[in-house]
Write a protein that binds this ligand. Structure first.
Ligand code: NAD
Length: 414
């Protein structure tokens, strides 16, 4: 099943509980607007015409908000699914945004820095008529980062003839970015995972965790878990994984990946570590599993063999809908992506607020506000799951959908 099919299943499970009419479901599920643009550029010196996408899913509660992804597999249906997830995520956290998502179908591993800059500037030029600081606010996602945002802000500022800082979030701190943005998604994954462990009676200090993906989300999730006394016994990335029964030295591993080829963990060595595959990592006997790589990593076969008690979904859609049903039956607590990885958009919102107010919050201010919102939201979702006798995922969708339906009714859209 595609990510779009999975999101539809998750949406329907909550919409059924809310008894939402068919025409309202259609209004909620289908995007407000889809934009496809062509971008001339080069990939490894070879001239190419790339396809770029921006999906504006729903803006009943505020401007569209969501990342821009550079990956060869980017295509419209995936972007639509990811944009819908942003609508539900922002609504769930009660952030005044709607949902959007975008991307370019290109292979950044084959592109030079100059080629990436050219594509980034051309992409934002093509999107400019349809986005704006109070209209649609993009951010980094897979294979895009603060540097890409910096090029885009500069291009937009040159076109508009005025500062376009609040147009994009996830900017470098030296040009309007927020302290704590880099850590935010991973920290949210870790803190919701830790709170869920507590709720099922597991003391986080000394508990064990495994993290799949050691990029922008996974590395900071592992770092926060390590800092809070959880033993991170395994991590992995596209090159494979490492296991250490006494817990890996995460700060040391982060130091290694800061300069390693492609920022991969490949080639890391430390006493007591052994190599494991991604599949072995996902089925390790740990208290907490954080899939922070890509979608569809936990399918039905893996779900039958998962031994973790809690899964905190760092990636978007890492558990397929069929696998989710198996995990639910087996009593595994799954903190859904729209909650677990919402730390990134939450601090993106903080960045946008700071930009408009021309102020900067301290790192501690940002993380304290973030923790408060994430834990508060987990508690709300936990209560709804209990009262509705459903999974945390369905409970999260129920809360999120309700707020959007309210806004759409108030505005007369439905
Ligand atoms: P990233 O590119 O920085 O990191 C991705 C990591 O996953 C890398 O370590 C990569 O090697 C690894 N990986 C990729 N394919 C893999 C595979 N098949 N098996 C094992 N490892 C694999 O990206 P990111 O920003 O960390 O995003 C990861 C996920 O989190 C994505 O689903 C993204 O949409 C989601 N997400 C990111 C943010 C954010 O703030 N960056 C916010 C919300 C959700």
């Amino acid at each position: 099943m595609s990510l779009l099919d999975n999101v539809k299943v998750f949406f329907d499970q909550a919409a059924n509980k809310l008894s939402i009419d068919a025409h309202v479901r259609q209004m909620l599920e289908e995007p407000d607007r889809v934009i496809e643009v062509k971008i001339a550029g080069t990939e490894g010196g070879v001239p190419k015409v790339f396809k770029g996408y921006r999906v504006q899913h729903n803006n009943a509660r505020g401007p569209y908000k969501g990342g821009l992804r550079y990956h060869p597999t980017v295509e419209m249906d995936e972007v639509i699914a990811l944009a819908a997830l942003m609508t539900w995520k922002c609504s769930l956290l009660n952030i005044p945004y709607g949902g959007g998502k975008g991307g370019v179908s290109c292979d950044p591993t084959k592109m030079t820095k100059e080629e990436l800059e050219q594509v980034s500037r051309a992409f934002i030029r093509a999107l400019m008529p349809n986005i704006g600081p109070t209209v649609d606010i993009p951010a980094p996602d897979v294979n895009t980062d603060g540097q890409v945002m910096a090029w885009m802000v500069d291009e937009a500022t040159q076109i508009a003839g005025e500062s376009m800082l609040p147009l994009l979030t996830g900017k470098p701190v030296s040009m309007g970015g927020s302290l704590g943005r880099a850590e935010s998604t991973g920290y949210g994954v870790a803190i919701t995972g830790i709170e869920a462990l507590k709720k099922i009676g597991i003391e986080p200090k000394g508990a064990t965790a495994a993290v799949q993906g050691f990029g922008k989300v996974g590395s900071w999730a592992a770092e926060r878990l390590h800092k809070m006394g959880v033993k991170v016994v395994a991590v992995s990335d596209i090159s494979g994984g490492y296991y250490c029964k006494d817990g890996l030295d995460i700060p040391d591993l982060m130091k290694y990946t800061a300069t390693s080829k492609g920022h991969l963990i490949e080639g890391y060595s430390a006493p007591g570590i052994t190599k494991i595959t991604n599949e072995e990592l996902l089925t390790l006997d740990v208290d907490l599993l954080c899939p922070c790589a890509m979608e569809n990593q936990i399918d039905t076969e893996i779900a039958k063999r998962v031994r973790a008690k809690v899964i905190s979904e760092g990636a978007n859609g890492p558990v397929t809908a069929d696998a989710d049903a198996i995990l639910s039956e087996r009593g595994v607590v799954v903190i859904p992506d729209i909650l677990a990885n919402a730390g990134g958009v939450t601090v993106s919102y903080f960045e946008w607020v700071q930009n408009f107010q021309h102020i900067s919050w301290t790192f501690d201010e940002v993380i304290n506000k973030l923790d408060g919102m994430m834990i508060g939201c987990l508690n709300d979702v936990w209560e709804v799951a209990k009262s509705e006798k459903c999974s945390l995922r369905t409970a999260a969708f129920i809360l999120a959908i309700k707020r959007v339906v309210d806004a759409m009714k108030l505005t007369g859209r439905i």
